[in-house]
Design a protein around this ligand. Structure first.
Ligand SMILES: *[C@@H]1O[C@H](CO)[C@@H](O)[C@H](O)[C@H]1NC(C)=O
Length: 364
């Protein structure tokens, strides 16, 4: 409490004193609407049914089918993969945020996609009292070479000014549209880029990313004085981003870090008990970052390399750390098209693994 009063005092000279949502005081309990506005084949294989194996992302789907035919397929997916009933279920379970992803199509095809997709999300989330984060996952050129950027393969984002500029424009359009919308208070976080990857060309990409983050931040602030601007940590030490707190030109910036327990050799040999204990490892660095910037764990799941049957413990421990040392969480994801329960909030709620409204305490 004392910390946020101090923070408020420090930003009071530039930032307005209205809040869309009391970040830092109440934990974000969120869910990503993954595989919805940006396809991921492993999450929704049915959208790719009947197509050759090498059609493995949204870009290739559009190339293969043609824009109109792809759009037909996508529209029916958009209508069914997240429903109003899902939103109500999440709200009733005690969640307070949902994330919509912005697509490569958005960047490539301009405002109509920018306009219709968030309104679809807001029309569902707004009336049911969920806050919304909009997050640019699909940047032109691809910021990480993964399918969830819309286009898998090479990482081209950093190497062309136009890629950065088009991304800034998309972020500005979203921010402007949100500011003018009747749901102005609902879209309370705008994230400028998801999971940028730096390795292979670390110094150059980091420089370009910082340039982009600065441009995107100011683009939001030109048109929106209410939304928090979130930045992803790019999988590097969180201290790299503390300048967003120390440099007074920035205010209301949130730091996003993703903590999975399944990708990488280090998780291969863990027992299920060790998985449950793992969240404690992040406690100090999350706490430190959160004393500078609201820090959320914007992606996590219950997936482990070998199946475990203590998912409830693994969830409680993570939530306990993320809420008490950080500013909260967004689970990945709301649902899974292969019924992988450890990746699905719907299943995890039904199984009683995730209990958002209970007092989740981590034993560290
Ligand atoms: C955003 O919307 C508010 C409320 O309508 C308005 O006062 C403000 O001028 C708009 N623009 C910016 C930059 O905040």
């Amino acid at each position: 409490m004392a910390r946020s009063v101090l923070a408020l005092f420090l930003v009071a000279c530039v930032a307005p004193l209205t809040f869309a949502w009391p970040y830092g005081e109440q934990p974000v309990r969120g869910v990503n609407l993954g595989g919805w506005l940006v396809l991921e084949k492993w999450m929704t294989p049915n959208v790719f049914s009947g197509l050759p194996d090498n059609v493995n992302d949204e870009y290739k789907l559009t190339q293969h089918l043609g824009y109109a035919e792809a759009e037909k397929r996508l529209r029916s997916h958009w209508d069914t993969w997240v429903t109003e009933a899902d939103i109500i279920k999440f709200k009733n379970a005690g969640l307070n945020h949902a994330t919509g992803l912005l697509t490569l199509r958005t960047a490539n095809h301009g405002f109509p996609e920018v306009g219709t997709m968030p309104s679809r999300l807001q029309a569902g989330a707004g009336p049911h009292g969920l806050q919304v984060m909009m997050d640019l996952h699909g940047a032109p050129g691809s910021q990480n070479g993964n399918d969830h950027s819309g286009q898998s393969g090479s990482i081209g984002f950093y190497y062309n000014d136009e890629n950065l500029q088009r991304s800034v424009n998309v972020v500005r359009q979203i921010a402007r549209w949100a500011n003018a919308s009747e749901w102005r208070n609902t879209v309370s976080i705008i994230q400028t880029l998801n999971e940028p990857i730096l390795w292979d060309d670390y110094d150059y990409r980091l420089g370009r990313l910082k340039d982009y983050y600065g441009m995107a931040y100011h683009a939001v602030r030109e048109v929106n004085d209410l939304a928090v601007v979130a930045v992803h940590d790019a999988f590097i030490d969180l201290t790299n981003w503390y300048y967003f707190r120390d440099d007074p030109q920035y205010w209301w910036v949130m730091l996003d870090t993703h903590l999975y327990q399944v990708f990488g050799d280090e998780y291969q040999g863990l027992t299920c008990e060790q998985h449950a204990a793992l969240a404690c490892r992040y406690r100090d660095r999350l706490g430190d970052a959160n004393s500078k910037l609201w820090t959320v764990v914007g992606e996590w799941s219950l997936a482990t390399p070998h199946s475990c049957n203590n998912q409830g413990d693994i969830a409680r421990q993570q939530i306990g750390v993320y809420e008490n040392s950080g500013s909260g969480y967004f689970f990945w994801s709301h649902n899974n098209g292969q019924n992988w329960a450890e990746w699905s909030m719907k299943h995890s709620l039904d199984n009683g693994w995730i209990r958002p409204s209970e007092n989740n305490v981590a034993y560290c």
